[in-house]
Design a protein. Sequence first.
Length: 162
Amino acid sequence: MKPDAPGLTHLDATGAASMVDVGDKAETMRVARAEGLVTMRSETLDLILSGQAKKGDVISIARIAGIMAAKKTSDLIPLCHPLMLDKVGVEIEAEPSLPGLRVTATARLSGKTGVEMEALTAVSVACLTVYDMAKAVDRSMQITAIRLLEKSGGRSGDWAAE
């Protein structure tokens, strides 16, 4: 891979990993939304929705874990900038047709760099928390389809998944 390949912003002229310099970028409102799925047995979904899981309220705890994770993204992803987030929201909805849960996270700030990684990290950790809290009854759960749904703001403008 050539170090000057277009789009690889985390490589310097020599091909070494480098944190992107955002010092000259304008502050804009930036929003990103991501989602992921946790599939499970119907009985597991029913247990989670009833609030009777041994470890407690799975959905509330997963929501808090996702919010906390978004705030720690730069500690987890080596070249991410530490960001002062204005808002992180995590929604967790039952999807009986899977069966399982759909986790959606939205991250927002006014700043010089985007919040896609924060939204994706929130979803990932919320899904992992669901797994951790319910694994005693269903080790066959699967975390799938983690993806960016949309982002807005910044030089590259708006983007939405098809």
